[in-house]
Design a protein around this ligand. Structure first.
Ligand code: HEC
Ligand code: HEC
Length: 221
């Protein structure tokens, strides 16, 4: 199917993209209102991008919304009616959509960008914060199936997730990896790294078989 679509991004940026992919499954009909016709998300409203995220990650998050492991009122209502087969269908669909080709935000001011880039690349040894790119791959493109991309998401969405892990409203991350990272991050560092990551251009995730078993052992906590 040939689709020509106009997507409206973050700061009023508009781009045209031409793609060729499978028709959305009926279960995805209600998702587009928030996550966009191409799964590109709506950064201005902090609705995350789903296009090109690992299918196993997407499916697991939908289960977590449904069972309360990840607490969000909107997504609980969306995920609860979905059967296991529905979850599989929408996860595969969004994972197969093209990765958005533009960053959702402009680079933040120099001081914020410098700190954010440092944290992403090297972490903060004294604070015990590991480099984000160690797990999420260079430039935060993500490593399927376990580590989602950090690009193509709004700074506020990213910062909200760090806050949710700190508050315990988002759980189920394999081996508590993100809970541990989040607890060590200051509010200022969270804002800096989120602003930096939002300014990076999304690219296709790295794919590896290593770590796939984490999904089955991570579970709800
Ligand atoms: C009314 C708006 C709305 C609708 C409709 C909606 N979502 Fe969401 N979705 C959200 C918001 C807001 C979040 C972020 C929740 C959070 O911060 O934890 C989210 C998060 C997600 C995530 C987590 C993404 C990530 O990177 O971890 C997945 C997966 C998801 N939605 C899938 C779906 C699917 C599939 C549908 C349709 C069945 C759907 N959503 C419908 C608003 C919506
Ligand atoms: C030790 C590995 C590891 C490191 C280092 C790491 N992460 Fe993560 N991160 C993960 C895993 C695993 C997930 C998926 C969690 C899940 O499945 O619930 C994740 C998910 C996330 C998400 C949620 C994305 C989404 O779509 O909802 C954000 C935001 C995030 N990480 C930010 C960061 C930042 C910022 C850093 C650096 C300060 C970082 N991570 C470092 C392992 C890591």
């Amino acid at each position: 199917m040939q689709i020509v679509n106009r997507a409206v991004l973050g700061a009023g940026l508009i781009f045209w993209s031409v793609g060729s992919w499978a028709a959305p499954p009926p279960q995805a009909a209600s998702c587009a209102a928030c996550h966009g016709a191409e799964g590109q998300g709506l950064p201005a409203a902090n609705y995350p991008r789903l296009a090109g995220l690992p299918a196993a990650y997407l499916a697991e998050q939908l289960q977590h919304f449904a069972d309360g492991t990840r607490q969000n009122a909107i997504m609980a209502g969306m995920a609860k009616p979905l059967s296991a087969a529905d979850i599989h269908a929408v996860a595969e669909y969004y994972a197969g959509l093209p990765v958005p080709s533009a960053a959702v935000a402009a680079a933040p001011d120099a001081a914020l960008r410098q700190r954010g880039e440092w944290l992403a690349q090297y972490g903060d040894m004294a604070a015990g914060v590991p480099a984000c790119f160690r797990c999420h791959a260079a430039d935060g493109v993500g490593v399927a199936p376990v580590f989602p991309p950090l690009t193509g998401q709004s700074a506020k969405y990213l910062a909200d997730q760090i806050a949710a892990w700190k508050q315990g409203t988002r759980k189920g991350d394999p081996n508590d990896l993100m809970h541990t990272v989040a607890l060590r991050m200051t509010e200022a560092d969270t804002q800096a790294v989120a602003a930096y990551l939002a300014s990076l251009t999304p690219k296709a995730a790295v794919v590896t078989a290593v770590g796939a078993e984490m999904h089955s052992t991570g579970g709800a906590k």
